[in-house]
Design a protein around this ligand. Sequence first.
Ligand code: G6P
Length: 608
Amino acid sequence: MCGIAGYIGNQQAAPIVLDGLSRLEYRGYDSAGIAVFDGERIRMAKAAGRLSVLEKLTDSGRALPGFCGIGHTRWATHGCPSDENAHPHMNQENTIAVVHNGIIENYRKLRAKLEKKGYVFSSETDTEVLAHMLTEYYRGDPVEAIEKVLHRVEGSYALGIMFLDHPHHIYAARRDSPLIVGVCGEGKFIASDVPALLEHTRTVYYMENEEIATLSDEHIRFYSIDGELLSKEPVTVEWDVSAAQKDGYAHFMLKEIYEQPKALRDTIFPRLKGDRIDLEDLGLSEEEIRRLSRITIVACGSAWHAGVTGKYVLEELARIPVETDLASEYRYRNPICEPDSLVIVVSQSGETADSLAALRDAKARGSRVLAIVNVVGSSIAREADSVFYTNAGPEISVATTKAYSCQLAAFYLLAAKFALVRGTIDEARAKELLSSLKKLPDQVQELLSAPDELSFLANRYLAADHVFFMGRGIDYAVSLEGSLKLKEISYIHSEAYAAGELKHGTISLMEEGTPVIAVATSDRIYPKTLSNIVEVKTRGASVLALTTPDHRDLSQVADHVLFVPKTDPLFMGSLSIVSLQLLAYYVSLGRGLDVDKPRNLAKSVTVE
Ligand code: G6P
């Protein structure tokens, strides 16, 4: 999704803004632009394509001298990716420049009104209405003009604005699209995400919905949308710079796959107090846990896949009925929220528009909302009743790996705790689960020490048109995630099926050489999955199977077998997924694709 970076201070703004934008590249974009006040005018440069095009155009920012600037990477929603549609957008007099993340939903109506008044538009974007509306309402006080505009727009926005009349100022505002303000000595920054600032500062202010900020050489001030001055405290971001750098790895995705043992340790161990799981900060009393009648897990993408595993684990251990729903469906389906139900919203970024809307809907219906979130201070974290932070650290690659793994761990901890409190498992089983949990990071480490086999196996898929994944139970949940990993970064069509469903349609697609990846780690249903593997083999499929060393017999059926170490059956997904992540990585690499920034995708989907 779009990225925003802005700087005001005593250093050249353009190189800092371009650097900030480069740190946000992972969010996905298709054009970029920058505006800098050069002492007389606001000068602008924009270009479709990668940031490197803009860097070339501006001689790495040197062609745009000045101490105050804003920049943007655009992920097209209204209007194709082009130089004209790239941000910033300026008014006709070139006195106001705007960068915007989000969508102005009533822009057609606003544009028609402005055109009637004689304003001439030079782009197809919804954002340009803001530049002209600001002109319409500006009477010398930028904050007043911004308030007036914001009262008239519907939709979401994170905004960075410059007024030529107030050259040493950046104005910012947000509603439903993240925006932070950073400070480091003389330098002040705006950014849509923390990694854009880490090089300079870890002291940030999180802007809340419908707040306006002014950054000048002297001060940072915050106002409500009604002009009331607000007092706000900065917070220190825990992440360090190296966490957002590649550290010698070829890609962020590979680095993040290898960071999984640490991320898991950081998520699991702070929750263990001796033989107990400590979830006290979630504010759920034992009585409330015992009374839980239903859990609804709501999320998007991989976080939803983590929720599919969460359902299996929570139901199995805590015996609470669980449903897992896509946030984009949940928010529009008039869901039933019973008094003793719990809604768990899962999100790496904490900013996904659909997940945030689902959270608000659940709260409005009286549900208690627990969020499993990675980004501290994100919107979902702030609005949920309680937060289980996954401590995966910053995740840059669009394809999530370590955050997903930590979401699984969060579900294991919740399920084991809920089960013990509800008396659905005994102390001995709880101990067994904890002991397996503690070993998980080392087992992932072990899997990561043998990537060569996967790099070799990946060659089998380089020319594939489709790949079918299948599994049952937790193996199915992992198949969903493995399939998504492969399709999003290799552009190979791939779908995951509950193995038992194959014969209800999909098996008609099996022919000589059809690639199938079968996950068959669960002892309990192994014979069933084995039958499904035999069924597709009989029809000519080429099968790569994942199983545990207990099922060596699979080598006689499948074309290739990958062995995954054993853990508690409920936690097997944490181990099988590692091989599938590496496989997807090597297929993408082998096809010469942009592993970290797959086309059309965004890391954080802050618009609907
Ligand atoms: C995007 C990302 C996925 C992610 C999904 C949900 O599609 O590319 O990796 O799973 O959004 O994001 P969230 O931040 O809510 O986990």
